[in-house]
Design a protein around this ligand. Sequence first.
Ligand SMILES: NC(=O)c1ccc[n+]([C@@H]2O[C@H](COP(=O)([O-])OP(=O)(O)OC[C@H]3O[C@@H](n4cnc5c(N)ncnc54)[C@H](O)[C@@H]3O)[C@@H](O)[C@H]2O)c1
Ligand SMILES: O=C(O)C[C@H](O)C(=O)O
Length: 330
Amino acid sequence: MVKVTVCGAAGGIGQPLSLLLKQSNLISHLALYDIVNAHGAAADLSHIDTSSKVTGHVGPFELEEAIKNADIVVIPAGVPRKPGMSRDDLFKINAGIVRDIAVAAANYAPNALMCIISNPVNSTVPIVAEVFKKYNVYNPRKLFGITTLDLVRSSTFLSELLDANPKQVNVPVVGGHSGITIIPLLSQAPGTEKLSEIQLENLTKRIQFAGDEVVKAKNGAGSATLSMAYAGARFTLNLVESVFNGVTRVECAYVNLASDPEGAQLIHHIAGEEFEYFSVPLEFGREGIQRILPIGKMSRFEYKLLTSAVPELKSNIIKGISFITDDSKL
Ligand SMILES: NC(=O)c1ccc[n+]([C@@H]2O[C@H](COP(=O)([O-])OP(=O)(O)OC[C@H]3O[C@@H](n4cnc5c(N)ncnc54)[C@H](O)[C@@H]3O)[C@@H](O)[C@H]2O)c1
Ligand SMILES: O=C(O)C[C@H](O)C(=O)O
């Protein structure tokens, strides 16, 4: 019996993500929460002939029911970018939205695995951690910023260059989830030794700024939704398989390095600096994060990317943490 609550379920990501989750037999209850239209989305999805029950919940008064005893809470709630905006520009609105959902989760589903999609992910994940700390229910092994879209894009773009099947092309992506903090470790993917330095640089930039490609193409109507729904479902279902079915899975995600102090040490050693959150390859297990896996060998170019990413990443993390620690009402 696995209950998954999607917060922001009526949105551009929320609806197709919920559709993909509805197809899984591993989920028994799919609870859709939003401040608008979640009853309609739930009625619609509930006609699909898979075994999970679907319920809809609208507005803060129905949040408790939506989130109560959830095993997994996935959060794609909040505003998306328009052309010319950075992910950090979304902080003003999305930080409060994610905080309020985290407070409800800390109260009504303190053991849930928390999967954060809302941007800026580099800051919203620390926000959830700090809320859970204030409520004394924090387990860093159960908190994830979903960066799967960076992995999906890396596989797609690299496979185009190599003329290969994207399903057989895997690139670890570490760091954070915004521009230069996205660090694809292309040197670890077989076949990239055939690419020139310029090709590797261009491909890296394309992966780092792929979100802008979609924002520009949508021309004011938002950012990636369908590819994100695909990525979010892949991540969530891998987590369900590991935690509830005992199948070991490996995925990269943006996590608190306190989830595995030994793994964290290796990362700090490579970076030559300490930071609390980083996207890393993870092995999932019954508790959520079982192990942070080594990030492996990096090229000199990738090492430079890491050095340039750290200041922005650190400032994003501090911004998220202080949003909660400076809030005396919580
Ligand atoms: N992590 C990633 O890789 C990634 C990828 C794409 C988009 N995103 C982010 O996901 C977020 C959602 O994007 P979208 O395109 O689905 O936006 P959207 O506007 O289409 O949908 C957002 C939904 O959130 C709902 N919402 C607003 N306030 C809420 C609240 N307090 N509680 C519950 N729901 C609330 C809205 O009603 C809406 O239905 C954005 O912040 C976007 O930047 C992240
Ligand atoms: O680009 C965005 O704002 C949305 C998302 O983070 C993405 O990478 O597509």
